[in-house]
Each structure stands twice: as structure tokens, then as C-alpha cells.
Write a protein that binds this ligand. Sequence first.
Ligand code: 3HC
Length: 305
Amino acid sequence: MSVLRVFSRKMATAAKINNVVIIGGGLMGSGIAQVAAATGHNVTLVEVNDQLVDKAIGGIKKSLERVAKKQFKDDTAKGQEYIQGTLEKLKGSAKLEESVANSDLVIEAIIEKMPIKHELFSKIDAVAPKGTVFASNTSSLSIGEIGSITKRQDRFGGLHFFNPVPMMKLLEVIRTEKTSEETYQQLMEFGKRLGKTCITCKDTPGFVVNRLLVPYMAEAVRLLERGDASARDIDIAMKLGAGYPMGPFELSDYVGLDTTNNILQGWHEKYPDNPLFKPVKLVEKLVSEGKLGVKSGEGFYSYKK
Ligand code: 3HC
């Protein structure tokens, strides 16, 4: 049998993903849930209590209104139809085990702490159907290590989305050494159905985007710390001189300084000899003062009106 026929047979056996469970209703989890529901999947968004479920669904409604305003600017009725249609595909739940009972794919987007992710995945591994694929949206932890406590390492991979999820066109699909070909194909197919452009990356720190972006943002802060240029001028330089949509300080504030700081700290602990991963004092200071960027009202810039 030719290699091509073996490959197409494998493609044909990859089961379609219809029922998607997203765990974690923060910015990333909500964005993933929104896009999955908008593209016709049956989505359950899981949070730890009903209040957080409501908050997440409320955030999705606001984001859907923004998308509808942009996509259907000349047709309000179509825009309303799009919002309603998406919300009908989406439900919230605070019951973790119950939510995964009929799932094809579970995507985790919770706090970036390995023991907490392990606890979550062991719980759902025991109750989810055997064929359900598990994925993590981690920004910086090892997918293989997260999946190592499950009995389905062949059905475990990474789906790394970008903020804001409804706008960013890229999806990184992470394949560990244990991810099966079928699982990989299912994840790629799912990504395409979300309307994303998928790239594949091995299970290496930061995958492609964060591996380049986080050291770049850290280097920008070091430039500022040395007094070489102001934050405002560095941002202008990178927007007008390199064509980036946001400068490194605007982007750090947008992503959250706690996120960048956690990523650097985690990598530094694991790879202490890599100078690119060295935590940055000014970022640590701002985080310790609660200045986390846009979400807290202040970071490198102030967002208080
Ligand atoms: N939901 C829905 N629509 C949104 C949205 C959201 N969250 N954010 C922006 N939009 C849409 C809206 O239609 C908005 O119009 P509105 O304000 O009238 O509603 C429209 O986009 C335009 O937005 P803005 O005027 O604010 O600005 P831009 O045109 O510059 O686009 C941007 C915004 C897409 C965020 C752009 O600035 C950009 O691409 N920035 C870089 C973002 C980036 O690099 N993200 C990756 C970060 S790294 C990451 O996420 C990895 C993680 O692991 C850390």
C-alpha cells in the first residue's frame, strides 16, 4: 500500500469534533468558547462557580457584539442572528465532571500552575469518554508534562490561541512525542473549522510565538531600565519601524504583566543558564505593586480615565 493511501486512511478515521468543553472562563477560555460556538460547535464553558460562569458569558456577549458590529455593519438583523446563533451553541456550567461526560474535545485554559493542571486532568481523565481528546492552551508549560498524569497521552496535545482570540488568526497545534497521528489530525481539522491558520510545533518552551515574543518584550524592558529610550518611544519605534500593531509595552500591558512575569520565571527556573529567560526587575516590581496592565488599570501606562 502506498504511503499516500496509508495517510489518507488515517485522515479518514479521524473522528470529527462536535462537542467541545472549555475549562476556564478567563480571557483566553472565553475567547476560545466564543469562536468554537460561532463556528457551529456545541460548547460548554466550565468555571468553578455560577457567578464566574455568568461573568464569562457576559464577556462573550460583549465581544460578540463587537464582532457583529464589524462583520455585519450594514445589516443589523444579520448581526443579531449571528449573536443569537452563537449564544444558542454555548452553555455555561460549574459542574466539571458532568460537563465532560459527552465531550469530543476538552480544552483547558486555567491558571498556569502544573499541580493545578494535573489535578484537573486526573479528575476528568477518570470520567471523560475514552475517545475524548484533551488539549491545553498553556502559554509556557510543557504539554507532555501536563498530559503525563493521564491515561490518554496519545490523545493529548496543545492548542495555543492568541489574545484577542476572536481577532487573532493563528493557532499553534502542539504535538508531543506521544500525541497520535489521529489526534494531531483532529486538532488540525478543528483549528481549521474555527477559521484559524494552524501551524505545528514540537513541545518546546513557548512554542513559536511566545518563544520569540516574550524575550523580545523582556529586552524592551531592559532597554527602558538602562534609560536608553522611553517606553513611549520604544513603542513608536516598533510600530513605525518594524510594522508591529502594538509596541512591546502596549502589548505587555495588553497581555498582562503577571502573565509575562510568570512565563519568564517558569522558564528561568527550568533553564537558569539561558540569558533570554532572565526575569526582569521592573516587571517584577510592577507586578508586586498590582500594576498588571490594562486589566488592573495600570501597567507601563495608565488606563484610568
Ligand atoms: N473581541 C471582539 N472584537 C475585538 C476584540 C475582542 N476582544 N478586540 C478587538 N476587536 C475588534 C473590534 O471590532 C474592534 O472594534 P471596536 O473597538 O469598535 O469594537 C476592532 O477589532 C479594532 O480594535 P482596535 O481599534 O482596538 O484596534 P486594532 O485595529 O489595532 O486591533 C488588535 C486590535 C487585533 C488587538 C491589534 O492591535 C493587534 O493585533 N495587536 C497585537 C495583539 C497580539 O500580538 N496578540 C498576541 C499576544 S501573545 C498571546 O496572546 C499569547 C499568550 O500565550 C500570552
